[in-house]
Design a protein around this ligand. Sequence first.
Ligand SMILES: [Zn+2]
Length: 119
Amino acid sequence: MAKRRCLFCNVALDWNDHGNRNYCNEECYDAGKKLRNIKKYRDNKAEQEGFQKVDLILKRFYELYGSDRCIPAILLDEVEMAWLIRKNEIIINGRPAIPVGLYAYNLYNNATVQIWKLQ
Ligand SMILES: [Zn+2]
């Protein structure tokens, strides 16, 4: 069995410590916590930026094509549309749509996309 190590400074933890201890001392615990918060902030920021980018892509295509036309998904791929960014799903005209910012879209099985502007 590998020896457990402090998650912050990597020093070997005492065998006598109880099993769920992850840090060698209070300072490392605090430093580790701070690092996790920074990482969380960075992840949130990246997610936020990704969200804004998708919103902008949807805006651009909505202005070009409106709601009535289905757009080849490959056009959105070319501007690096992040399909996975989604918070929830809503229903527009009986179909599921993914809202992002002021817009919502649906990616159909035939690789076309329809975009709606939300009120
Ligand atoms: Zn440590």
